[in-house]
Design a binder for this molecule. Structure first.
Ligand code: XMP
Length: 514
């Protein structure tokens, strides 16, 4: 299969380039720009994209691709820093500029060829710029295809060698004509057909799982009910049938009806061999009296590993493989020039299990982005609502109960959460939201119901939009929806007498409260 290699120079948009290439049904991978040339040659890319990045080629020690990238005989597209590094390495001149150009700009297209081949000549295009340095003179053999009104070189080409460069970012939504540039590069210049489809991926992934696991091997899969583990399980089941066993741990911190739903959908519906372990009491005992958010996460993580390990030991067969729903964004070796970042929250999924159980990992989703996983789920016949589910954190309701976690508080937040979801689900705007849920605050306040004084807990409602969970905005929910949520929680969930709405974005807040 013809595929594209993206060499990453640390741009915040590199993953978007990969998304745009895959939207053209062309497979691509992101590698750090420091990967040795031998690996690149062996991978046989049909074309190479050099990403943007925060460095300046005018500074000593700025990152470079191996020089042989330009001798490989395949097309190269440099984007922003990628264009500058290509220009500098091939004999052109890049100058540092006093001012940064950041934001929307209009470029005039002089020649619509090569990577601009799907644009129109002698016309304007709106693009997104984000750069300090600029091209003073293009490298020998290159001509300028487009410029901004201020004369900044916006696009260059060397058609003979099939090298192209863009000063702006075609991968971001603010460049409306960006997809047709990417399409022109991958299809017209590199000759990649539309071969990366989910149906093709399923065939490939099934064959890869079969090859890895062999004819006798058995795979254990921790099913959480979330999108990733569900899709991974369905895919592995297609590859090896009943040699897959799924283990669902009910930690007592799940959403309303979750355990029954998982049993119904996967066990009865899809016929997956499924074992449910009811460990609610064990988790709650471990969490008793613990209020520190990080300690809660650690306890839940350890308890999960113990419970899972014990369940596996009780099974009649030996399992040498453990399935994990790792996605591509977790796999990409990030090229960060900023050093280690602070741990805000220690995310818990099944980390630590493979070492303890001495099992090999089966990670069939390693190459996929979240939306591709959803598409794969649909291709595999999973129900739509399951595939479109909101993310639910591994530690479950525990991170939505501030302070002590008790069975009673779990029940309270679970009921309130069901109401929040029901009411927002009924609002047509809900499809654009990332997550919405209830949080229990251990703050009591005075209220009056009927003629009685009440002194109860507070329920916070949170609803956010987000693209990837890294940043988020609070949602301006219609007042009638908020009103219904409030009335229903107060009337139906005994234990709350006050409802507040969280209007904090991320940053500075996080999506979950703990
Ligand atoms: P925060 O609260 O860090 O959450 O803004 C970002 C996204 O991650 C989810 N989340 C988790 N997911 N295990 C997970 O699989 C975890 O431990 C975990 N903690 C938070 C959260 O729901 C949001 O979508």
């Amino acid at each position: 299969m013809k595929r594209i290699l993206i060499l990453d120079f640390g741009s915040q948009y590199t993953m978007l380039i990969a998304r745009r290439v895959r939207e053209q049904q062309v497979y691509c991978e992101i590698w750090p720009c420091t990967r040795p040339m031998a690996d690149i040659v062996a991978w046989q890319p049909a074309g190479i994209i050099l990403s943007g990045g925060p460095s300046s080629v005018t500074e000593a020690g700025s990152p470079r691709p191996p020089a042989e990238v330009f001798e490989l005989g395949v097309p190269v597209l440099g984007i922003c820093y990628g264009l500058q590094v290509m220009t500098a390495m091939l004999g052109g001149e890049v100058v540092a500029s006093d001012t940064r150009e950041y934001g929307k700009a209009h470029v005039h297209v002089d020649e619509a060829s090569g990577v601009l081949g799907r644009w129109t000549a002698d016309a304007e295009q709106l693009v997104w710029m984000s750069h300090g340095d600029r091209i003073a003179s293009a490298a020998p053999g290159f001509s300028v295809l487009a410029k901004t009104h201020d004369g900044v070189v916006a696009a260059v080409s060397n058609p003979e060698r099939r090298f192209y460069g863009l000063q702006f970012h075609p991968e971001v939504a603010h460049t409306p004509g960006g997809p047709s540039l990417i399409a022109a590069f991958v299809h017209d210049v590199c000759g990649c057909p539309n071969a990366w489809t989910m149906a093709a991926f399923v065939d490939e992934a099934v064959a890869a799982i079969q090859a890895q696991v062999g004819d006798e091997g058995r795979v254990l899969c921790g099913l959480s009910g979330g999108v990733d583990s569900s899709v991974a399980a369905a895919l592995i089941h297609r590859a090896i049938g009943d040699r897959l066993t799924c283990v669902f741990v009910d930690n007592g911190l799940l959403r309303k009806d979750e355990a029954a739903d998982v049993q119904r959908i996967f066990g009865e519906g899809m016929g997956l061999p499924l074992i449910t372990v009811d460990a609610a009491e064990r988790f709650l005992t471990g969490l008793a009296g613990v209020t520190d958010p990080e300690r809660k996460r650690k306890i839940i993580g350890h308890t999960f590993i113990e419970v899972f390990d014990e369940a596996a030991r009780d099974l009649p067969h030996t399992y040498s493989f453990l399935a994990q729903g790792t996605l591509y964004p977790d796999v990409i070796e990030s090229v960060s020039f900023k050093g280690p970042s602070a741990t805000i929250k220690s995310h818990h999924n099944v980390g630590g299990l493979p070492e303890r159980m001495n099992m090999d990992l089966v990670e069939p989703l390693r190459e996929l982005f979240k939306d591709e996983v959803r598409e794969l789920g649909v291709t595999l016949g999973l129900p739509g609502y399951l595939v479109q589910r909101q993310p639910f954190p591994g530690p479950g309701l525990a991170v939505r109960i501030l302070g002590d976690i008790t069975a009673e508080r779990c029940a309270l937040v679970r009921e309130a959460d069901a109401i929040v979801r029901e009411e927002i689900d009924a609002w047509p705007g809900h499809t654009a939201l990332w997550q919405y849920f209830a949080v229990l605050l251990p703050v009591r306040s005075v209220g009056v119901m009927g003629d009685q004084r009440t002194y109860e807990h507070t329920c916070a409602v949170r609803a956010v939009t987000s693209v990837d969970g890294m940043t988020a905005d609070w949602v301006d929910l219609p007042h009638d929806v908020l009103g219904r949520i409030s009335t229903r929680i107060i009337n139906e969930v005994r234990g709350f007498n006050r409802v507040v709405y969280d209007i904090t974005s991320k940053p500075p807040g996080t999506i979950e409260w703990e």
